[in-house]
Ligand binder design. Structure first.
Ligand SMILES: [Zn+2]
Length: 323
């Protein structure tokens, strides 16, 4: 809704994981214009609905969204998995590569929108197509693939503007390895409160303490971790005090959508309230998104998900959702 003023009326509006209220929401030029009862504007009656903030998928590779899962794990680490599945001359990789990347990226957008996501952290080169009526917000990030596949992580970190996070696949292995020690990142000058470690399954207690001391963050992709490694973050990581966001990872290994990922993560166990934060407020903070992202606030983006209202808290309702 980029033009005109719309009143989304009659719905319950999520104001936090456990907080909601019933009021009319005025939306104008893609932003929340007002949280008070509004009268002027085209009215859309959403009685019986709950309005949630658009969800944030903190890790995906949008161009792989048409793939089935590939591989027969578990593997000891992501590199072993990547070597096992990489058959570029054979289907499905040979077939998929014939489809223009802009089309494959749009399929990634559709897959995420159907799962309630309006913002996705895309862990690959930023494409011009993201600026051309792309139906998702794809924030610009500093990123490196991983220590293994990057010449100089320190250089990539230093190239990242200070207002952006620096995101890297890290410790995607079933058990700790010397090559995954977080000191390596610290030595490269790439470990700070802007550093976002994707996966982190093989981080040791010492690494987790170092990450917490530097106020780095984690992105957790439990479905992908279980598929590739047969393991994911345990209690030590989940209770380390690190800020954590949830991501699907690519369709090659991950969940069908973020809603499935939320249900998978809940079994860790993690409370509905914390999961809600992982796909809204905490994800917005980790990805350094503009003010108001991940919540419904006046002046914030009107990135909204409208779902049937079954009467639970916003966090409980989110856990019940199925695309
Ligand atoms: Zn990834």
């Amino acid at each position: 809704m980029k033009t005109g003023r719309w009143i989304l009326g009659g719905a319950r509006v999520a104001l936090g994981a456990a907080e909601s209220a019933r009021f009319d929401l005025a939306v104008e030029a893609g932003r929340i214009a007002s949280l008070e009862t509004a009268r002027d504007g085209a009215r859309l009656d959403l009685g019986g609905s709950l309005i949630l903030p658009g969800l944030i998928n903190a890790h995906d590779h949008l161009q792989y969204s048409l793939y089935p899962r590939l591989g027969r794990g578990p593997y000891p680490d992501a590199e072993s998995w990547a070597r096992a599945i990489y058959r570029p001359a054979e289907p499905p990789i040979s077939e998929q590569r014939r489809i223009p990347i802009s089309t494959r990226l749009r399929w990634g957008a559709v897959r995420n929108l159907l799962g309630g996501c309006t913002t996705v952290a895309h862990h690959d080169p930023y494409r011009r197509t993201f600026t051309r009526d792309f139906p998702l917000r794809v924030p610009k990030l500093g990123w490196a693939h991983s220590l293994e596949f990057t010449d100089s992580v320190g250089r990539e970190y230093r190239r990242t503007p200070r207002r952006r996070p620096f995101v890297i696949h890290f410790a995607e292995a079933a058990a700790p390895r010397e090559s995954d020690r977080l000191e390596r990142l610290a030595r490269e000058g790439a470990l700070s409160d802007r550093t976002v470690l994707v996966h982190g399954v093989a981080l040791t207690a010492e690494d987790l303490a170092l990450a917490a001391a530097r106020r780095a963050s984690l992105v957790w992709c439990p479905s992908s971790n279980h598929f590739i490694l047969g393991a994911s973050l345990g209690r030590a990581a989940l209770s380390s005090g690190l800020r954590i966001a949830l991501g699907t990872d690519s369709a090659l290994s991950g969940a069908a959508d973020l809603l499935e990922e939320i249900r998978t993560a809940a079994r860790a166990p993690v409370s509905p309230e914390r999961l809600y934060a992982m796909v809204t407020r905490d994800a917005a903070a980790i990805l350094r998104l503009p003010k108001g992202a991940g919540s419904i606030v006046q002046g914030g983006p009107a990135d909204l998900v409208v779902v049937p209202d079954r009467g639970g808290t916003p966090a409980e309702e989110l856990l019940e959702l199925d695309a």
